[in-house]
Design a protein around this ligand. Structure first.
Ligand SMILES: [Zn+2]
Length: 403
């Protein structure tokens, strides 16, 4: 048992974030066993962090492990950027020593910046993905991890044999699903232009049968949309994934910028989820997330860093970008914080375990110290989102363990 005196910031809904000054958080094993105001607490405080505050660990809904080293390399559109930087870098992960170092650096960096749960794409190699699982398991972070699938329209070193790619995906699923409470497999066709219909259909069928997670990209960039039309001949992009059997309540589609109303309807009817990646959309000049139309359809979404086209793994930065990347729609600090905590936990069906600081939940906690001239009062939530570089993350706990 450990008792920590601190201030608590606790997301309740996309409009409400509680600020609870001077609380003692008690942790036993992996769980929070009590959060009690200091004046009512009768035990012994083990750690005094009263000049800091605690938040639930951050959730990143969309990130490419294999692109961690190339963040910040600029090319002003999706398809040229993939060819110039992403594909050559992902090919390096075929060397498993490289993949090991990359995984270690990546997971350490996530934890350092307060991310305790991430939904991850790896390079299109069985070993690179398996290595990511092994290192995540050893470190103790929470993650959904998937081997990126590509069986056409990509450079030779990355191109997978369709049947082997399907088999390897099933093997990885069987190896890592239900083996570790913090980890799961997510089927990961990169996006329609690099995947055959057969590959996507086999993956869709298996995932549906097992209620497994699927992730891919959808409607990010106009040139990509034209390419999908040329390759598949469907009236719109979402119809390709519908035909492939990839639309389900366990499917997470990144971006979703240029969708027609009928596509939004299709996503809503199938209870699909969206990973919104504002920094990446800004970096590659992909377009603006249609936040109002997506909210009107009631489609669940959360925030992703999309590193490497996102420039940083720091999710607080992405909360600011969620506001800045809307020309006219205001996004409050509370709302943005909700989408890296409880909102994304709900999307993943993990909100009984993580996403907020409550008795009985897993102790996934980030402790943050503000710049000296910031008072820790209820204004701190807005300052945290909009002045994120004035804050220092001092400790990150996953399941009660400091990582
Ligand atoms: Zn991405």
């Amino acid at each position: 048992m450990k008792n920590i005196l601190t201030n608590v910031i606790n997301p309740v809904s996309c409009e409400v974030i509680q600020f609870l000054p001077e609380q003692v958080i008690s942790i036993e094993g992996s769980k929070i066993t009590a959060i009690i105001p200091k004046q009512e607490f009768q035990g012994i405080v083990d750690e005094d962090l009263s000049h800091q505050f605690a938040l639930p660990g951050f959730i990143d809904l969309h990130i490419h492990l294999s692109q961690y080293y190339i963040r910040g390399l600029y090319e002003p559109a999706l398809l040229p950027w993939l060819n110039k930087y992403v594909f050559p870098e992902e090919a390096r992960s075929k060397d498993n020593e490289y993949a090991q170092k990359l995984s270690r650096d990546f997971f350490s960096a996530l934890l350092k910046d307060g991310t305790t749960t991430a939904v991850i794409y790896t390079a299109p190699f069985f070993e690179a993905c398996n290595t990511a699982f092994e290192i995540a398991s050893e470190i103790g972070i929470r993650a959904l991890i998937g081997m990126t699938l590509m069986d056409k329209n990509c450079p030779e070193p990355l191109k997978q044999d369709s049947h082997k790619a399907i088999e390897d995906s099933f093997l990885l699923y069987e190896k890592w699903h239900n083996k570790n409470a913090k980890l799961d497999y997510v089927f990961t066709p990169r996006f329609a232009p690099t995947c055959s219909m057969e590959l996507m259909q086999e993956i869709g069928k298996f995932a549906k049968k097992h209620n497994a997670w699927i992730q891919t990209h959808l409607s990010e960039n106009k040139a990509e949309l034209n390419l999908v039309k040329e390759l598949f001949g469907f009236d719109n992009y979402t119809l390709v994934y519908e035909k492939a059997g990839l639309l389900s309540e366990h499917s997470i589609f990144a971006h979703c910028i240029h969708l027609e109303d009928s596509e939004l309807q299709l996503l809503a009817e199938n209870k699909c989820k969206i990973a919104h990646c504002p920094d990446s959309n800004f970096f590659l000049k992909s377009g603006e997330f249609p936040i109002k139309r997506i909210e009107e359809k009631g489609i669940a979404y959360g925030l992703g860093s999309d590193v490497g086209s996102g420039t940083t793994i720091n999710m607080l930065y992405h909360t600011k970008m969620m506001n800045y990347r809307q020309s006219w729609e205001p996004v409050s600090a509370a709302k943005a914080l909700y989408y890296i905590t409880l909102g994304s936990a709900r999307l993943l069906g993990l909100d009984s375990e993580i996403g907020s600081l409550e008795t009985g939940k897993e102790a996934d906690i980030v402790f943050i110290e503000p710049a000296e001239d910031f008072l820790v009062d209820d204004n701190i939530i807005s300052k945290l989102v909009f002045c994120e570089s004035d804050f220092t993350i001092t400790h990150t706990l996953v399941g009660g363990k400091e990582l």
